[in-house]
Design a protein around this ligand. Structure first.
Ligand code: PGA
Length: 251
């Protein structure tokens, strides 16, 4: 973490949580945040079915709400999809885009992620653009090339620190309990920062999150790596105690 960038700790609930569970989790986080003056921004990204409930539960709290995906167009005949404007209208401030579970499970390409990010920006949402290498790419020593190629392909025109966050999530680290070493994260994040410098005017102000098996035990080390400005947390964001322990490692 470098001075000047306010860290962001984000929880990605993925396809988890029925109404009561989601509300209870949001309430638990709201209680923990009450009255604290936090040194970082907090975000939860529930499934779309719970966005309104969680927005209402977190009203008056510093914790903001985001979504996990959006469609690239404003509206129309797209059965099953949700537009960025709808998410904004429901109370979202952020949307996660290009998560590897979308890239792999829904065949999203960089161009799709770029179009979605442009739609998010047009709707007034912050886009959290996820990039990261697979295990095979890592084994071949291809991590930096893959990550920079995804970065270039996924950033829309007009991306800047005020509307874009980058999350480096090695695919092999997501949900596996395995993480890169602090040195590896530092190398990749430094390269991403450099890559942003070639593409954005205010690259030094853009927040770079690390994601992939962040938990209360490793958060302090990972969040203190240079150029790591927060975390995107999956599994450990589903328990208020675990998520809060991660938040506290940045307070
Ligand atoms: P994980 O997921 O923390 O469960 O590894 C992170 C993510 O997919 O964003």
């Amino acid at each position: 973490m470098t001075a000047g960038r306010r860290p962001l700790i984000a929880g990605n609930w993925k396809m988890n949580g029925l109404r009561d569970e989601g509300i209870a989790l949001a309430e638990g986080l709201k209680e923990r945040a009450e009255g604290l003056s936090l040194a970082c921004d907090l975000l939860v990204c529930p499934p779309a079915t719970l966005i309104r409930e969680v927005v209402q539960t977190l009203a008056g709290s510093v914790i903001v709400v985001g979504a996990q995906d959006c469609h690239a167009v404003r509206g129309g005949a797209h059965t099953g999809d949700i537009s960025a404007r709808m998410l904004r209208d429901a109370g979202c401030a952020y949307v996660i885009l290009g998560h590897s579970e979308r890239r792999n499970g829904h065949f999203e390409k960089d161009a799709d992620v770029r179009a979605k990010a442009a739609a998010a920006h047009a709707a007034g949402l912050n886009a959290i653009i996820c990039i990261g290498e697979s295990e095979g790419e890592r084994d071949q020593g291809d991590t930096l090339r893959v990550v920079i190629s995804q970065l270039s392909g996924s950033l829309p025109e007009g991306a800047e620190a005020g509307n874009t966050v980058i999350a480096y999530e090695p695919v092999w680290a997501i949900g596996t309990g395995r993480t890169p070493t602090a040195e590896d994260v530092a190398e990749v994040h430094a390269r991403i920062r450099e890559g942003l410098g070639e593409r954005l005017p205010d690259s030094q102000a853009v927040r770079l999150l690390y994601g992939g098996s962040v938990n209360p035990g490793n958060a302090r080390e990972l969040l203190n790596v240079e150029n790591v400005d927060g975390a995107l947390v999956g599994g450990a964001s589903l328990e208020a105690d675990d998520f809060w322990a991660i938040v506290e490692s940045r307070l």
